[in-house]
Design a protein around this ligand. Structure first.
Ligand code: UD1
Length: 362
């Protein structure tokens, strides 16, 4: 009988990583999916499952909202129950959300070995929720699939001596597979009347960026100052904050701003590929835009993806002057290579899992 692996996911960036790995996992293992429910709007969840052809989750735990502790706690209870019923040989978690941490913790406490896809990323900002999630997940995992050499170095520096595997970045693999679909998609350009390389793509969603009034006001100033039309698919958290800080009507007055609902994978990346520059605080989009040949200005003071800074991205925080200065220069990007010694990330991950499970169950 094939070993059983359960993937625990809950938020948008995890669906993308699962889309890359899921089909390959299903070939070698009995693979099931547990969705915590953290992201629940259709354009944050269902749309990604459909567009990326991810099979329906075997279980949806329906947990969303609440404080971090409450959300993570409820997830822990429900994931534990799901794992007891599923009885997998291995649990896979992805990225750095509350769903990642709850999944890893629930599995580890049941002595189910855990693998962490996108292990070792560090911002070195200790109180950032994502940093807490990814650090704790790494420390309870049996196999750490690190996308970059820096990630390997980070976990080694924390004294982790378990299986630390340089797998390469699974998100680039999905992007490579989807390249034609992305580059032939003109829907967004037509709908928002945008010209190739004649607009900017803006996304922000992190608590650290949008949860303070000062930051949201700085963001408004940045938008006012941008020299081209701005496409802004706004995350639910961001919308909520802009409403709370009463900035929505000021934003509406920005004639060059096209604010819209969150967009699907293909539309977002089609926009990223056609934009002159991407402005974002997203971990995923800063890499994806680079891969598609568009530089990203990262709206944070630090990044986990330090390699991208050598490839054409820039850290700008919420510094309007710095953004303006960079926008007036010619920004270029370097080609991204993601295979590790010619091998695809998914192949490296599957091999390592097969070896581990053969030893455990063989
Ligand atoms: C989460 C992750 C973050 C990841 C991001 C990707 C944590 C701590 N953060 O942040 O690491 O980069 O997902 O998008 O896990 N909401 C909706 N509809 C939805 C989803 C959320 O209305 O489909 C609302 C929630 O009720 C909440 C707010 O948006 O009020 C924020 O959602 P939440 O899941 O807490 O965190 P994200 O900001 O999405």
């Amino acid at each position: 009988m094939k070993p059983k692996i359960v993937s625990i996911v809950g938020a948008r960036p995890q669906f993308i990583k699962l889309a890359a790995l899921g089909p390959v996992l299903s070939k070698s293992f009995h693979h099931t999916i547990v969705h915590t429910g953290q992201h629940f709007d259709d354009n944050m969840s269902g749309l990604f499952f459909r567009q990326l052809r991810i099979p329906r989750a075997d279980r949806n735990l329906g947990i969303d909202g609440g404080s971090h502790g409450a959300m993570t706690g409820r997830m822990l209870v429900r994931i534990e129950k799901a794992l007891l019923e599923e009885a997998p040989d291995f649990a896979l978690t992805y990225g750095d959300t509350n769903s990642t941490l709850a999944g890893a913790l629930a599995a580890a406490k049941l002595s189910i070995p855990v693998g962490h896809v996108e292990a070792g990323m560090r911002s070195f900002v200790p109180d950032m929720p994502e940093e807490i999630n990814r650090k704790l997940t790494d420390h309870v995992s049996e196999i750490l699939f690190c996308p970059t050499p820096t990630a390997v170095k980070n976990v080694r520096a924390e004294g982790i001596r378990k299986r630390v595997v340089l797998s390469g970045d699974i998100m680039y693999e999905l992007l490579d597979h989807s390249r034609t679909r992305i580059l032939t998609n003109d829907r967004i350009l037509k709908e928002f009347k945008l010209k190739p390389k004649g607009f900017l793509l803006l996304t922000v969603h992190r608590a650290a960026t949008v949860d303070s009034r000062t930051n949201c006001e700085a963001l408004l100033d940045i938008i006012r100052d941008l020299p081209l039309p701005v496409l802004f698919p706004a995350h639910p958290r961001t919308r909520k904050r802009l409403r709370q800080f009463k900035l929505t009507s000021a934003l509406r007055k920005c004639r060059h701003l096209r604010m819209t609902a969150p967009m699907g994978y293909v539309d977002t990346l089609a926009a990223a590929a056609r934009a002159r520059v991407v402005l974002t605080d997203s971990g995923g989009l800063q890499k994806e835009s680079l891969f598609l040949g568009t530089p990203a200005l990262i709206l944070r003071d630090e990044t986990e993806w330090v390699e991208t800074l050598k490839q054409g991205n820039h850290l700008v925080g919420l510094d309007r002057k710095k953004i303006r200065r960079l926008m007036s220069t010619r920004l270029t990007v370097r080609r991204v290579h993601y295979r590790i010694r010619g091998r695809l990330p998914s192949a490296i991950i599957i091999d390592e899992l097969s070896r581990f499970l053969a030893v455990e169950h063989g």
